[in-house]
Design a protein around this ligand. Sequence first.
Ligand code: XIL
Length: 363
Amino acid sequence: MEKIQQRQSSGGAVRVAALLSLMVLFACKPEAPVGPEDKKIYTPVSTLRGEAPFPVGTAVQSGRIDQSSYANLINKEFSSITAEYEMKQDVIHMGPGSYEWGSSDAIVDFGVKNSIRVHGHALLWHSSAPAWFDTYSGDNAAFEQMMKTYIQTVVTRYKGKVASWDVVNEAFEDGSGAYRNTIYYQKMGPDYIAKCFQWAHEADPDALLFYNDYGAEYDNSKRKAIVEMIEDLKARGIPIHGFGFQMHINYNWPSLSELTKALDALKATGLKIHFSELDVRMNPANDLTSFTEARALAQEERYREIVTLYKTLPAEQQFGITLWGIKDNESWLLNFWGNPEWPLLFDSDFRYKIAHRGMVEGL
Ligand code: XIL
């Protein structure tokens, strides 16, 4: 015993002990070291939902939210969810009068169970028009009646559970701001947008109704067309409560001054503003094969900048900011652009990227 005490008190023994514990540490180290060595990730000290004065959301899929890794993270960080694709018409509307509710119910139930706001997306979107529309044989009046029934069936089903809806998504052309020549436009005419808002409102007068689009961030003609459409609906007493900027942006485009101009133009309508599908492409020029520290820092700053910009809105116009996904490796952008990408706040192992720090600090 005495011997041991003597050894422990000697400087050499302390060094041996230190060396031994270092060896143990190294032995326990995971193969791909994480932590201070990797400056692209960090240990968070606060959460998005904890810091944000408005809801912060994420796009979700029913097949993931039943896994605890996703469910825990969503509950910790987010206070709003949007279905990434399972509340679109091609998933729900199987044929005239025929509906499939499994996935959308699962998502809405998840929100209700966890007291997370559910934003409905999207009642009408040309890209999710069901394939069977191509062979639909009814006339235009029958098609319009079918759309009314569809909208009112969906909105009624989730009345009191879904707080808000993107009623129409992407109705204008790029560059010109002309009405996009969709099947809805062809069969119902230019007033279809107003009709859809009216129908949705009749089904759930408490739901907040949004028009959602991309391009208003940087496309002057499209932005002008959207503002004119909103002002027209307002003047006619058609219930529209919000506008969603999708915000699929790049780390270096559009410029902050362009985004500020866009936000100010829509702010002037008095509607609630949703940054509804935020992600930040880090490799738009395809010049990266792996995510660099320099690009990660640029992303951190970009997220901080976007949140800071959003906070220039009056509180009553802050509907929230929704991220279009959780993990980089599951972003829709990978398939859409076919480049390596790292657009979101979490890496493929659910580790917190410093982009999260930028967003939290901006809040
Ligand atoms: C995308 C989803 O992320 C994909 O999973 C789906 O296959 C296609 O739609 N604008 C929108 C979103 O309004 O609904 C789109 O989401 C992305 C572009």
